[in-house]
Design a protein around this ligand. Structure first.
Ligand SMILES: Cc1ncc(COP(=O)(O)OP(=O)(O)O)c(N)n1
Ligand SMILES: Cc1ncsc1CCOP(=O)(O)O
Ligand SMILES: [Mg+2]
Length: 587
């Protein structure tokens, strides 16, 4: 069958590939053979997600130098949960947390909350079919993830569309009973699931009740029962089975059994991932069972854990990771989300939701508001001027603080890393004693290594968003901006302030474009961040800058105006006085 719509992603190959390290080879029109030729025994096997996404960049025809790019894409086929703790809402949030695009086909609408499910309204199978065709025929879907499928008819149209529009993987979360115990799907769905959908699936993730239902209602009360269930469900033709033991009787730990039918030879090399990355080797019996011991989170906020585990697995598969890696990452994500949300209070009932986007969350109390007053007298060092006046960088910094500098930046373009670290450590001692923040120009590595108070970045340096991820919420990040667009971008990226210049011509920074007072005004009016002016500013013209009366112009950065002077402290006091007078004139 022609693989209409199959697209090698991230350099992966179709069935023809001979590469032994290809995480999968397409063996039949709608399934991916998830063989694991290389064992995920170290992070080096996992390309970082941003690299994974970057690799999907493809040059747009006729647009040299620019390229369109696409995100790994999961399509969730599930029900809507009005409380947003589970269902397509959870799927979309989980994929967002994984950095993956998520489209949705709604199979049912439920009225539910933290107390339970009050009403279910199934969507007609023809409407489900229309939604499936709309997405699968137009948008490049990598992985389909299924949740609530309320009828055999819905399963039928789903299988038809998966066959017509092949994807890289199918993840089935056999939603029949919600964690609150409410029945979500009719019994007729069971046959369709067992005989039509599971043979197309790459993994199925039943909880104990669902595993029991899939096996005709047998009772499952022990880990051995779970092993038996995993192996039995595997015989329906699904490639991998993850039986979730969150509600295993008399068990303090949530144990999941992952079964992939792997031969014993490879299996012995597998490690078992314990939650929070503790690794243990376990004895393997005649087939491969991997137990994921996971500390039971003493929390009410477990609604949606099943959906989320499955959709996070789908997201990781869409990024190109192996099945085992995807399962491990999903386990870790859910574990971390539950930990983060254990005291979250949403709703009055016993089944609360958890916070899927906890990683993006910078709780206001965590991220200190940047005090813009720090920008008033901004000292930026220059090794050439230090040499000219025969002073060390620490002497220059000490003198600038004595002269009233409110913030200091080490701008050492020629310094080798070793001498830069040494200078930074010396200056940090001085700055910490005086309570003056010390920022590092360009070099995030130096700032991180020395625990400096932040960095100042240029437009060609690391993007502020990435710097924020590396430095965390408490460090100060400033960015050079010459235009309104740049100012708006860095605000979105989470910067704390903007350096705008050169306001006047300067010889300190080579080939610098002068923006003038008007350019400074433009950036200040566009910026939602506080701004510090820089470039050719000194005691002779500082007041002309501050008298622009721009509300978010909070100070001036000086290099030669402060450091190309015989006495830095004296010059600093002069500049500080002029700045204060200017600000008072506008208060
Ligand atoms: C406060 C402040 N503003 C601008 C700069 C310019 O930094 P520099 O690294 O010299 O140039 P860009 O790389 O930012 O263009 C600064 N150092 N401080
Ligand atoms: C770093 C920088 N960014 C824009 S102009 C400039 C140099 C500022 O030096 P000076 O204050 O001596 O003009
Ligand atoms: Mg720079």
């Amino acid at each position: 069958m022609a693989l209409a719509g199959f697209r090698p992603l991230l350099g992966f190959h179709s069935a023809a590939s001979s590469s032994s390290r290809t995480p999968f080879a397409l063996s039949s029109p709608n399934k991916c053979n998830w063989t694991l030729p290389f064992l995920p025994n170290s992070d080096t096997d996992r390309p970082p997600p941003f690299l994974v996404m970057a690799e999907v960049r493809t040059a747009a025809a006729g647009t040299p130098g620019r390229g369109y790019w696409r995100l790994p894409h999961v399509l969730t086929v599930a029900g809507s949960d009005s409380g947003a703790g589970a269902g397509i809402q959870a799927d979309i949030k989980a994929c967002g947390a994984a950095g993956v695009y998520c489209s949705s086909v709604i199979t049912a609408v439920t009225a539910q909350n933290t107390i339970g499910v009050q009403r279910v309204c199934s969507i007609d199978e023809n409407m489900v079919a229309e939604q499936l065709r709309s997405v699968l025929s137009d948008m490049q879907v990598d992985v389909v993830k299924t949740g609530m499928l309320p009828s055999a008819g819905v399963i039928k149209v789903l299988c038809q569309n998966i066959k017509e529009f092949p994807v890289r993987a199918v993840v089935v979360d056999p939603v029949m009973v919600s964690t609150s115990g409410d029945l979500l799907s009719g019994p007729t769905m069971l046959t369709g699931l067992q005989q039509e959908l599971l043979p197309l699936a790459d993994i199925v993730t039943p909880n104990l009740k669902e595993a029991s239902a899939l096996l005709g209602g047998i009772s499952l009360n022990t880990i051995d029962d779970m092993r038996f269930a995993a192996k039995s469900i595997h015989e329906y033709g699904v490639r991998n089975v993850l039986v979730k033991g969150g509600d295993l009787p008399n068990s303090l730990d949530a144990i999941d059994i992952f079964y992939d039918g792997m031969t014993i030879e490879l299996a012995n090399q597998y490690m078992v991932l314990m939650s929070m990355k503790k690794l243990h080797t376990v004895l393997f019996e005649e087939k491969t069972f991997m137990s994921y011991m996971d500390h039971a989170r003493m929390t009410r906020n477990t609604h949606g854990t099943g959906c989320t585990l499955a959709s996070y697995i789908a997201a990781e598969l869409a990024k190109g990771f192996s099945m085992l890696q995807a399962v491990q990452e999903a386990k870790t994500f859910v574990d971390s989300a539950l930990l983060h949300s254990q005291d979250l209070m949403i709703g009055k009932g016993p089944q609360g939701p958890f916070h899927h986007l906890f990683r993006q969350q910078i709780i206001p109390s965590q991220k200190p508001r940047f005090d813009a007053k720090l920008l008033l007298l901004y000292a930026v060092t220059d090794s050439g001027m230090n040499r000219k006046w025969g002073r060390s960088i620490s002497e220059a910094v000490e003198a600038s603080i004595e002269g009233g500098a409110t913030i200091v930046q080490l701008r050492e373009k020629e310094a080798e890393a070793g001498e830069f670290v040494e200078a930074t450590m010396e200056c940090l001692d001085i700055c910490r004693t005086s309570g003056v923040p010390l920022l590092i120009n360009d070099r995030i590595d130096i700032a991180l290594a020395c625990d400096a108070d932040g960095v100042h970045l240029g437009q060609t340096d690391m993007p502020a968003g990435l710097a924020r991820k590396i430095l965390g919420p408490s460090k100060i990040i400033g960015v050079s901006c010459k235009t309104a667009e740049q100012a708006q971008k860095v605000y979105a990226d989470g910067a704390d302030y903007i350096g705008c210049g050169g306001v006047f011509p300067t010889t300190t920074k080579q080939d610098n474009l002068t923006v003038g007072l008007e350019g400074l005004r433009t950036v200040c009016l566009a910026s939602q961040l506080p701004v510090v002016a820089i470039g050719g500013i000194n005691s002779g013209n500082v007041q002309s800058v501050m008298q622009l009366g721009l509300a978010n112009l909070k100070g001036v950065a000086f290099v030669s105006g402060l450091f190309d002077k015989e006495c830095v402290a004296t010059e600093g006091r002069r500049l500080r006085s002029l700045l204060r007078d200017s600000l008072q004139a506008h208060e």
